[in-house]
Design a protein around this ligand. Structure first.
Ligand code: ATP
Length: 383
């Protein structure tokens, strides 16, 4: 998983959610939405703070768009409340909310020029012509689309159209911008570039963004915090590093990045560690940093592939290693992923940085290898 530089910058932000004196900007309280039998959003409570870029992340159908649409006022909740800036907005119509939405499909008017598209909302509000011109100019500049005023949407690339759609949402200076998979239609390279642009724009104007995504790398790169959703519920809320390094469930561990899971029995529990016996491995697992689990509990220990080290020499340690045969090596340029089959039959993934060229690497297919990891690399999760 590549953690990009802007995320490192975001990690230095003061964290308002850690400060009980700071009031959330958006408060969602026990929000539920049913479509007939289908429970699309199930009792979600969530606080989002001013200036955040909060991502709702989850598989298709988990309820993230429905949650976003309820915030926008396009869908009314079956039960629960929505507060924005301290005001109860649960029954406020969409056009009266201080909210703007950016759609995946851009939703630009095809017969209007870029300038007319961006100006549309301001004309409807009855703003004076010269003020509109100044405002539109400054927002087109912000999204780096000055000079494109007279083009029609079909004369723009996907990325340019998305930037115009963003300018159109921002020009009315909403306090809250909701983005529904805003970059999904862009190719990978353009998407990565636009992610950084979006973050820069959001930081520049200090507006609060709530974004829906099913792309975990995108959410990791851009967000202050991520809410991981499954089947209408939020399973975990945390910063990108927190949900990656300390997932609170098997589902989150598997959804954010890849993970090796070893099921086993807790045989020792002390204040600073647990020891777990797993029939999948030759040696017991010694895990620090763990949620406490009582002796006799059946649990999973999760270990990320990049935390698994490979060697051809048998380790002398008492814990945290096993052996296997290299079944496959997937070369990804900067790293290779080794698929190692253990004698218990399970496959363990190890991500190894390609410090030398592929032909020179010391471990090849069918080699016997030892896999080992540090006590602080394991995460204890419920089965
Ligand atoms: P995707 O990433 O595919 O957009 P999502 O996580 O945004 O998925 P939602 O669109 O919120 O998911 O849908 C959640 C569930 O509610 C799905 O099972 C969907 O079929 C259902 N659903 C959404 N809108 C309606 C509707 N208007 N009528 C009936 N069911 C709906």
């Amino acid at each position: 998983m590549v953690i990009q530089s802007n995320q490192a910058k975001r990690l230095q932000m003061p964290e308002p959610w850690q400060d009980p004196k700071i009031k959330p900007y958006v408060s969602i309280k026990n929000l539920t939405k049913r479509f007939g039998e289908r429970l699309a959003v199930n009792d979600v409570s969530l606080s989002i703070y001013k200036g955040e870029l909060f991502s709702l992340l989850g598989h298709s159908g988990c309820g993230k768009t429905t949650l976003l649409r309820m915030l926008a006022g396009f869908e009314s909740p079956t039960s629960g409340k929505i507060f924005i800036d301290g005001m109860d907005m649960t029954n406020t119509p969409a056009y009266k909310r201080p909210v703007s939405m950016v759609f995946q499909s851009y939703a630009l008017f095809p017969h209007m020029t870029v300038e007319q598209n961006v100006a549309f909302g301001l004309i409807q509000e009855g703003m004076k012509k010269n003020e509109i011109r100044d405002r539109v100019d400054s927002y087109l500049k912000l999204v780096q689309m000055s000079g494109y005023e007279n083009r029609k949407p079909h004369q723009l690339s996907g990325g340019e159209r998305q930037r115009v759609a963003l300018a159109r949402s921002l020009v009315k200076q909403p306090k809250l911008v909701l983005l529904d998979e805003p970059l999904a239609a862009l190719d990978k390279k353009l998407r990565e570039r636009t992610q950084l642009e979006l973050v820069n724009i959001q930081e520049k104007i200090g507006v609060t963004f709530i974004m829906v995504s099913h792309d975990q790398e995108e959410a990791m790169t851009m967000s202050t915090r991520i809410g991981v959703m499954n089947e209408g519920r939020i399973l975990q809320i945390g910063g990108p590093t927190e949900v990656y390094e300390y997932p609170n469930s098997k589902y989150v561990a598997n959804f954010i990045g890849s993970v090796n899971l070893f099921e086993g029995l807790v045989v020792e529990e002390k204040a600073d560690h647990v020891i777990v016996k797993s029939t999948m491995l030759e040696k017991n697992l010694y895990v620090t940093h763990s949620a406490s689990a009582p002796v006799g509990a059946q649990i999973n220990v999760a270990i990320r592939p990049e935390k698994v080290m490979l060697t051809t020499k048998e380790p002398t340690d008492e814990y945290n290693w096993t052996s296997g045969i290299v079944q496959d090596i997937v070369y990804l340029g900067d790293v290779s992923i080794y698929y190692v089959k253990l004698s218990s039959g399970i496959i363990v993934l190890a991500t190894v940085a390609n410090l030398v060229r592929a032909a020179e690497r010391p471990i090849q297919w069918d080699d016997k290898v030892y896999l080992h990891w540090k006590p602080q690399s394991g995460i204890v999760l419920a089965v």
